[in-house]
Structure formats: structure tokens, C-alpha cells
Design a protein around this ligand. Structure first.
Ligand code: ADP
Length: 475
């Protein structure tokens, strides 16, 4: 196995150690994988300054050069796919087959933005008189700071860093304290691929608040990008206000998954299994409220119960595992509390809520969920399917939209007119129609309402790191 295991922050192309350390734990065994150094104030300032130095150099590079560097980074990540996937399963817990999928998906953003680097076109604007020429073109914003979560330790990093680099921006990243090892491996491979020193810095810290404050208050940081919970996103957005930073926020969701009575029920249940159980339910686009039309309710529940009870919970490194551990004890406690609240208010549990020990949570179905229950309003972020019955299309659309979030929504229908009506009526940034897995580097990922600002992936993902400059010339 090649060595991509590092334990210090990465600043200006070098590892940077501090005296204070914290433990990165394996969620499967709850044992420490290793101690890593915890960045101090001085390190944060060094990283911002290094990124600023790199930006001065980067903005003078041409798009083809940056594209070639990104393509080498992509190739290195793919060469080390197995090692990266094993590292991810160790620190994050997801089954190895899913980790391998995430490395490919994450690498896909690097490749996509290596291609898009060459396509940041400007405009020639028809003049309004004879003696002016009007044009506009795109330039990199400057130093970018980003904070990423633990549920996708590679993809959440590459879909920010790759477009930033493609645009000509440098980056200071604070990955989740639970999954910093994949981020460090990525930075090391980016350095090997030819990233300029300081173009991609990684700061490890258990004190996210301190690092977040230093990054957001810096005048040198011109863009801030965050993926995480809505509550933290709101705080960070407020912290970015005094320096008027450009921001992208990819925040929480509460995805509806609607099964209409004309749907292909087998496909709907298969799609739901993917949308619900990927990463043990720990995704911001996970189906959270499953609305089933009354006449097909019993059939859907029967089909679902057969699949859910067959899921195997275990260590992600075991080939047979479908669901790994939840990330930490608090996550499991939250799932247990939501299930208990729903049952106390009348939901019927299908599956055995057996105590599996450690961070392991048995998959469950809750039938008869209503808006009175906490699980209806909060992301469960665990392997629990909440089923809500409905009668009519207008009713389910009102229920689906009646939340402050608007990230992903899914529905299953075979009625073409209904497909158009419903996809237009759903107040969500992304809609899956007869499909439960929608994420793709070539498409714009993002939410409306309190699910966030901006888009990642697609051609839109590059614009998040570019400013448009208008040039008016008198001739
Ligand atoms: P989760 O509950 O899924 O971990 P969070 O929003 O708490 O979601 O975490 C996402 C990222 O935000 C992590 O990298 C975490 O360290 C960071 N984070 C949490 N709180 C703060 C904060 N107050 N300021 C800056 N970053 C934070």
C-alpha cells in the first residue's frame, strides 16, 4: 500500500506541525487511527499569506497550463484510488465499494474542471454608438477559503478546489475534524501534480470556530465556500458580511421522495433504497420524507420492508457490508431520539431497532409519520425511512414545499403531464424523476431557500470562482 497517510497541516507545499494534537477516530471501532496536529493562529495566517503569494503567480498562468496540472491531479487520484478509498472507509466509515465510488466521483470533478478551465469565455457586447467597443471577460476572484464536512471527505473537497484552481484561485481548506486524512492525501497529490506552492493549503483543527473566524475576517480571502449544516452556514455567512466576500453555501436539506400511484413501484423502491441508504443515510440529498399515495401504500411498504430487513450493517471494510457505522455517538443518539419521538406520536416501526453496539444503527422503516413528529422536520442523517401517506397531487406538493429547505427532491410517476407539473412546482434546486441518484460533476448541484447559495459542478461551478470585468473602450 502506498503511503498517503499524513498527520500535519499542509501549508505552502510543506507539512506544518504544531504542539497541540487531536485524535482522528475510526467510527467502526471507535479507536484512534492517529493523532494529528491542531493548527494555531499563526498557522492560519501563514496559510492565508501563502495562498495570497500563490494567487499572484496563479493569476498570471494560462488556462491550458492550469488544465494540464488538474489533469495530472486527476490521474494521480485515480492511480491511488484503492488507497484513498481505504483511507476514507477508515476515517468515515462508509462501505469500501461506496468509498471507491466516491473517489471516482470526486476525481470526476477534477477532470470536468480541467476541461472547463479552457472555457471561461467572456463577451463582446454590441456597441451602442460608433466610437466605443464594449467587452467583458472573466478573472479569478483571489484567495478562496473553504470548510467541508465529513460525509464525503473527497468529493466535497474536489468540487471546490478543482474549479477554484481552474479559475486561477488559490485555496485554504479546513476539512472536517472527523475526516482530515483524505483532504491531506488530496493536497499531497495536488502538489505532486504541479500545483504551485501555496495554491492548496489544508488546515487541521478541532477548533472549527477559531479557524472559521480567522478565515472569514481576513481581507485577503475574497471568496468563502462552505458545505455543512444550515445553522453553521448562517453564522459563516454573517461572518463574511463585514468584508463583503463572495460566498457559496451548500447547506442542509429535507428531501421529499414522492411515489405516485401510477409509478413503477419496483423501480421506485429501488430508487428509494439508493436515495435513502447511500452512506447510511448521511447525505444532504438523502430522501428524508417519503410520501406514498394511499392506494399503493401497502404494496410499497411490503416491497421496502423486504429490502430494508436484508441490509447488512457492519464495518465498511467488510465486503458484505451495506451500511457502515454512523460517524460518531451523537449521530446515533440523534437517530434514536427521532425514532422514539415518532413512535411516541403514533408512527409504526418496521424492522428491529436492535442495539448493535458502537456507532452502528439498524435500518428501520417508520410508517405513519406526520408533521407533528420531529423526524418530519429534521434531517435524520441515518438509516431510517419515514413514510407519510397522501391522497392528492396538490396536497403532496404543498407538503413537499412546506419546509425552509430546498435542496433535492425526487418523485416517481409515469404520467408525462404530471411529470412536467410536479417538476416545475417543486421548490428545490434539484429534482430526480424516476431516479434516486442524481449527483454528477457535469450538472449544477445546489439548493434554494435555506439550503444554500450558488452551484457546484456543471459549467456554473466555475463561475463561482470568477469575477466578470467589463471593459469600455473609446476609439
Ligand atoms: P456536521 O454536523 O455535519 O458535522 P457542521 O456544519 O457542524 O455539520 O460541520 C461542517 C463543517 O463545518 C466541519 O468542517 C466543521 O468543523 C465546521 N464547523 C462547525 N462549526 C463551525 C463554526 N462555528 N465555524 C466554522 N466552521 C464550523
Amino acid at each position: 500500500m502506498d503511503n498517503l497517510l499524513f498527520n500535519d497541516s499542509f501549508i505552502n507545499g510543506e507539512f506544518y506541525s504544531t504542539e497541540k494534537h487531536f485524535s482522528v477516530d475510526d467510527p467502526a471501532t471507535q479507536q484512534s487511527i492517529m493523532m494529528v496536529s491542531d493548527i494555531d493562529d499563526d498557522g492560519v495566517h501563514k496559510a492565508i499569506n501563502a495562498a495570497h503569494g500563490a494567487f499572484i503567480k496563479l493569476k498570471a498562468t494560462n488556462a491550458t497550463t492550469r488544465s494540464n496540472v488538474l489533469m495530472r491531479w486527476f490521474e494521480l487520484v485515480m492511480q491511488h484510488k484503492q488507497t484513498l478509498a481505504e483511507l476514507m472507509t477508515k476515517e468515515q466509515g462508509k462501505p469500501l465499494k461506496e468509498a471507491l465510488g466516491e473517489v471516482e466521483y470526486g476525481a470526476g470533478f477534477i477532470k470536468w474542471f480541467a476541461e472547463q478551465a479552457k472555457r471561461s469565455y467572456g463577451d463582446v457586447i454590441p456597441a451602442t454608438d460608433d466610437n466605443h467597443r464594449l467587452t467583458s471577460f472573466k478573472q479569478p476572484i483571489g484567495v478562496v477559503a473553504g470548510i467541508t464536512p465529513w460525509n464525503f471527505p473527497i468529493a466535497m473537497v474536489t468540487r471546490k478546489v478543482a474549479p477554484a484552481y481552474a479559475a486561477g484561485c488559490s485555496f485554504v481548506l479546513k476539512p472536517s475534524e472527523h475526516t482530515p486524512l483524505c483532504a491531506l492525501a488530496l493536497a499531497y497529490l495536488a502538489d505532486q501534480a504541479g500545483f504551485e506552492k501555496g495554491a492548496f493549503n489544508v488546515l487541521l483543527s478541532e477548533n472549527a470556530k477559531m479557524v472559521g473566524e480567522l478565515l472569514t475576517e481576513s481581507e485577503l480571502v475574497r471568496k468563502f465556500t462552505f458545505t455543512g449544516s444550515t445553522g453553521v452556514g448562517k453564522q459563516l455567512l454573517a461572518q463574511c458580511a463585514p468584508t463583503i466576500k463572495r460566498t457559496s453555501m451548500e447547506l442542509g436539506g429535507n428531501a421529499p421522495f414522492i411515489i405516485f400511484d401510477n409509478a413503477d413501484l419496483d423501480e421506485a423502491v429501488t430508487g428509494l433504497m439508493g436515495a435513502k441508504f447511500r452512506n447510511g443515510g448521511q447525505t444532504c440529498v438523502a430522501a428524508n420524507r417519503i410520501f406514498v399515495q394511499r392506494s399503493v401504500l401497502d404494496q410499497v411498504v411490503d416491497k421496502l420492508a423486504k429490502k430494508v430487513t436484508a441490509l447488512k450493517v457492519g464495518n465498511g471494510l467488510d465486503d458484505a457490508t451495506d451500511i457502515g457505522p454512523l460517524i460518531y455517538p451523537k449521530a446515533k443518539q440523534k437517530v434514536q431520539e427521532l425514532v422514539a419521538d415518532a413512535k411516541a406520536k403514533g408512527a409504526v416501526q418496521i424492522g428491529d431497532n436492535v442495539e448493535l453496539g458502537g456507532n452502528y444503527q439498524a435500518p428501520l422503516i417508520l410508517n405513519g409519520v406526520t408533521a407533528e413528529m420531529d423526524i418530519y422536520h429534521q434531517e435524520v442523517f441515518g438509516p431510517v425511512v419515514s413514510i407519510i401517506v397522501f391522497d392528492e397531487e396538490p396536497e403532496v406538493l404543498a407538503l413537499a414545499n412546506d419546509v425552509p429547505y430546498g435542496l433535492a427532491a425526487y418523485f416517481y410517476s409515469q404520467d408525462l403531464k404530471q411529470i412536467y407539473r410536479v417538476s416545475e412546482a417543486l421548490e428545490y434546486g434539484m429534482v430526480g424523476i424516476n431516479e434516486g441518484l442524481i449527483s454528477n460533476p457535469v450538472a449544477p448541484f445546489g439548493g434554494v431557500k435555506q439550503s444554500g447559495l450558488g452551484r457546484e459542478g456543471g459549467h456554473q461551478g466555475l463561475d463561482e470562482y470568477l469575477e466578470e470585468k467589463y471593459v469600455c473602450m473609446k476609439i
